[in-house]
Design a protein around this ligand. Sequence first.
Ligand SMILES: Nc1ncnc2c1ncn2[C@@H]1O[C@H](COP(=O)(O)OP(=O)(O)OP(=O)(O)O)[C@@H](O)[C@H]1O
Length: 249
Amino acid sequence: MIRIENIHKSFDGKPVLRGISGTFEKGEPNLIIGSSGTGKSVLLKCIVGLIEPDEGHVYFDDKEFTNSNRDTKTEIRRQIGMLFQGGALFDSKTVEQNVMFPLDVLTKMPKAEKLDRVNFCLERVGLAGQNHKMPSEISGGMKKRVGIARAIVNNSSYLFCDEPNSGLDPQTSILIDELILEITEEYNITTIVVTHDMNSVLGIGDKIMFLYKGEKLWEGNKNEIMTSGIKEFDDFVFANKVMRKLREI
Ligand SMILES: Nc1ncnc2c1ncn2[C@@H]1O[C@H](COP(=O)(O)OP(=O)(O)OP(=O)(O)O)[C@@H](O)[C@H]1O
């Protein structure tokens, strides 16, 4: 579980996050949604420590992260897996080398054990036997799968996905969402997914936080999105034609 308390962040005097609090539970994907520029990525970066918030606290399973010493931060960071926008694979490394990378950097595991773990993760994401392909030889959806395998290879307790569906067709997007959901449930991971994809919201949105201009305006699940009664949230949800049609039914 991850808990955030009163997170504030400004850049050059311009507030981007204005006191966001909330809880992200284990074993289910937690979605952060909102329009472009509303602060989703900055919030994610504040949670993982890539950006220092001006105010507020982040707790990983009740261990404070924000004001902790370097050792505690390192220990928590070791348990974090990240799936970046676009996959962010190393182009000059094979699929196997990409997935093994966190084990090379973070562990002293013997090579054979690392390879077993890499193969287990590749199989889990449906890429068994693709070890020696280069990123340039695989599709966008496969790259995301490699990214997911790399994010969980170190037995991560926390998984962060920034726009996991960007650049994918709708069918592949659904498969990637389902994979994230399955892995989250199976390994009881605390997963946070940043997205503005309404298909993801309807597919895996059992816990959703809606940000608007740096504030949390709504929280709920996919069954409650039609009845929030909040204009800014409705404007976001029903900007999508399919959602407008659904409302009419
Ligand atoms: N390092 C930075 N320095 C200055 N401003 C920044 C920095 N990072 C983000 N911002 C600003 O913070 C605001 C929120 O950006 P953020 O990337 O969090 O939006 P977002 O909701 O993730 O948008 P998108 O859906 O388009 O990715 C934007 O106005 C952006 O320009």
